[in-house]
Design a protein around this ligand. Structure first.
Ligand code: PSU
Ligand code: MN
Length: 314
């Protein structure tokens, strides 16, 4: 009953509906990264390239956004263009989802927003760039991304390049532990830090093999342990940025944010935009490369999760 009520708000693109009917694995993609994370036209081009990459690996991409009062699971080229080009696209987390659905305004879903929509659509794997987390100075500001609460309760595997060092990564991992969210890593032991490979903090469990990642995730969900799993994979070595430079620019961006009195949902987009500007656009190439790498890891995980289901049916 509840599921049917929710379904009335969902609208699947033809390719996603066909893939789902054929039992092909799906990979959800967020739209905040397109609308608020990268400049036009790089954002739209990257979104299309990421979709093509996932399709080439045998899974079906489902970019998620809110348009015309519906949660759209899979976007057409024109819809991607609209999300990437318009300045009037809302940033949609859990709190904001009813607002854009009710008003009909366009919305780009964050990690939290996309997890909710992916779960409603029956999609188990979601690829993003970096997750939100506990902000530096959160003991005073209380600024903790709703992404973390979503990971605590919504059963979707989130593939990312860790979290940006605009956040307090140590506290972010503590928060996830408190809420029982496992943080997996592949390709290295440590949790990744988006522009740089090493956050200096260990992930909980290193699993390089997609089949092993899939078994871990199935075990969790089979037991009824609802909630997300984070799979961190580092940015490719060739495009990693120097950590001393990122640290300095991050400190500068944080100081500017405080000086300008920016708060709430504007904090993360402000910091992302400032770091992008301060690196003279060089961070964009890193950003694009890491998202594509995450997409490969996510597609392999989606295929492995589909295999675990097939093995059961046999
Ligand atoms: N971190 C990034 N890039 C991003 C975001 C975070 O490195 O694009 C976006 C994601 O959509 C994430 C959101 O879910 O910002 C978190 O925002 P907030 O901190 O306001 O919860
Ligand atoms: Mn916040």
């Amino acid at each position: 009953m509840v599921a049917n009520l929710a379904r009335a708000w969902l609208s699947f693109s033809a390719p996603v509906a066909a893939a789902q009917a054929a039992g092909r694995p799906l990979v959800a993609l967020e739209s905040t990264i397109i609308a608020h994370g990268m400049p036009y036209p790089h954002n739209v081009r990257t979104a299309r390239e990421v979709e093509a990459l996932i399709r080439g690996m045998g899974a079906e991409p489902a970019t998620i956004a809110v348009l015309g009062g519906r949660i759209r699971i899979g976007l057409s080229d024109d819809e991607l263009e609209l999300i990437g080009r318009s300045d009037a696209v809302h940033k949609v987390s859990r709190r904001d989802l009813p607002a854009v659905l009710a008003s009909g305004a366009p919305g780009a879903t964050t990690v939290a927003g996309t997890m909710i929509c992916a779960a409603l659509a029956g999609i188990e794997v979601f690829v993003t760039g970096g997750i939100g987390g506990v902000h530096r100075g959160a003991s005073e500001t209380f600024d903790i991304s709703a992404d973390l609460q979503e990971l605590a309760k919504t059963s979707v595997a989130v593939v990312c390049a860790g979290a940006k060092s605009i956040l307090d990564i140590g506290l972010t991992l503590e928060y996830l532990e408190t809420h029982g969210v496992p943080v997996l890593s592949c390709e290295q032991d440590n949790f990744a830090a988006f522009y740089t490979r090493d956050s200096g903090f260990r992930a909980d469990f290193r699993l390089d093999d997609p089949a092993a990642q899939a078994r871990f995730i199935r075990a969790k969900w089979d037991l009824g342990l609802a909630g997300g799993v984070v799979l961190s994979t580092p940015v490719p070595q060739a495009v990693e940025m120097p950590s001393a430079e990122i640290d300095a620019l991050t400190r500068q961006a944080l100081a500017e944010c405080a000086a300008q009195g920016i708060t709430g949902k504007a904090v993360t987009p402000f910091l992302l935009a400032r770091i992008k500007a301060l690196t003279g656009g060089r961070s964009l190439a890193t950003n694009i490369a890491l998202v594509k790498h995450n997409a490969e890891v996510g597609a392999r995980l989606a295929l492995a999760l589909a295999d675990t289901q097939r093995d059961r049916a046999d």
